[in-house]
Design a binder for this molecule. Structure first.
Ligand code: PMV
Length: 349
């Protein structure tokens, strides 16, 4: 019967960093070498949806991603399950031991899907792990610092636990308890802000973020300089710019931070190339557009792949989209501008 199966479904959106996380000081706990800051997109756009079911009849934990069963024994998945179950045990010993007959010994079945192509390299693991941890917490009714658990799935996932503008404090402790995400401002703080995703390539990235950042930590002196001497001040400036809704400072810092991240990739040995010729043409176009208006109206940022994410303000969206379509014909995917922090997808190749 279905009566002895309990399930919960939740969604979590993607986040796009404006001060990038790149490099770990602890591989197992996923503790970063610098703090980072991102914008969480609106729930209606790029997101993961996860259902977790729990039953006495399930013999083992299992997981399906986009309809295909995957190995549940991946260490990061196991860390998230273990940490959530640890919270369940803690709560049970604190109060009301009889209340949760369901939770501890029971196995879970997890189904997760993205409403965007995982292959496009658009922060799918961030939304996925944030969603998994949140859904498990609802199913098993646990509370606590859930961002530290999502962090152990994928570092950037901790930032998707909150909406709006979110910072991930690197923390000082060896056990990672202070390496947490915190909301800087809610989404409603800056209603004119818009996000545009320019899909340059839907191919898988050649070097995954885990391997890439490890090689960077091992070989790039620029990365060390960035983490120690650049990011701390940039975090403060970025937070001030967001608080004041100062787009030109926000945009300039965002572009500089993306450029420095990709410079550390080039400084890695052997070097890692995430940007391609189309990405570089987008960079050139944004600078030309801003120069035309003698003002930073549009900003780009790139993660571990060639796709551009554009931050701009509502009055400039339609003109900038026209400019992109003019320089990158023929356009294919029609763009959608929805409420909240809208995402448009313009395919460039
Ligand atoms: O969380 P990961 O391991 O997928 O790393 C994400 C790294 C970047 O996307 C390049 C930067 C960031 O802060 O999101």
């Amino acid at each position: 019967t279905t009566q002895d199966i309990i399930f919960v479904t939740c969604t979590a959106p993607v986040n796009i960093a404006v001060v990038k996380y790149w490099g770990k000081r602890d591989e197992d706990l996923i503790l970063p070498i610098n703090s980072s800051l991102s914008v969480t997109l609106h729930q209606d756009q790029l997101k993961s949806t996860t259902t977790v079911a729990c039953s006495a009849r399930f013999k083992e934990d299992r997981i399906w991603l986009n309809g295909k069963e995957e190995n549940i024994n991946q260490p990061r998945l196991q860390s998230c399950l273990r940490e959530i179950r640890r919270l369940v045990r803690k709560r049970r010993s604190n109060r009301d031991p009889g209340a949760d007959v369901l939770s501890l010994s029971h196995k879970v079945h997890i189904c997760s899907e993205n409403n965007f192509p995982t292959a496009a390299g658009l922060a799918s693991s961030a939304a996925g792990y944030a969603c998994l941890v949140y859904t498990l917490s609802r199913l098993l009714s646990v509370e606590g610092e859930l961002s530290t658990i999502a962090r152990q799935g994928s570092g950037s996932a901790c930032r998707s636990m909150y909406g709006g503008f979110v910072q991930w404090h690197m923390g000082m402790r060896a056990d990672g308890k202070d390496s947490v995400a915190e909301q800087v401002e809610p989404e409603s703080h800056w209603p004119e802000l818009r996000v545009l995703v320019l899909v340059v390539s839907a191919e898988r990235k050649p070097v995954g973020s885990t391997a890439g950042m490890q090689t960077s930590v091992d070989t790039s002196s620029l990365l060390k300089h960035r983490a120690e001497a650049v990011v701390p001040g940039r975090m403060d400036e970025m937070i001030q710019a967001i608080r004041k809704r100062d787009f030109s400072t926000f945009g300039e810092l965002t572009m500089k931070d993306s450029n420095q991240f990709h410079a550390t990739c080039l400084d890695t040995y052997p070097p890692i190339f995430y940007l391609n010729d189309v990405s570089r043409r987008v960079i050139g176009l944004v600078h030309r557009y801003n120069r035309h208006y003698r003002e930073t109206r549009v900003a780009y940022t790139f993660d571990a792949g060639p796709n551009a994410v554009i931050y701009t303000l509502q009055p400039y969206v339609s003109e900038f989209v026209q400019v992109v379509k003019h320089f990158f014909p023929p356009e294919t995917n029609g763009e959608e501008f929805l409420k909240g922090l809208p995402v448009g997808t313009v395919s460039l190749s």
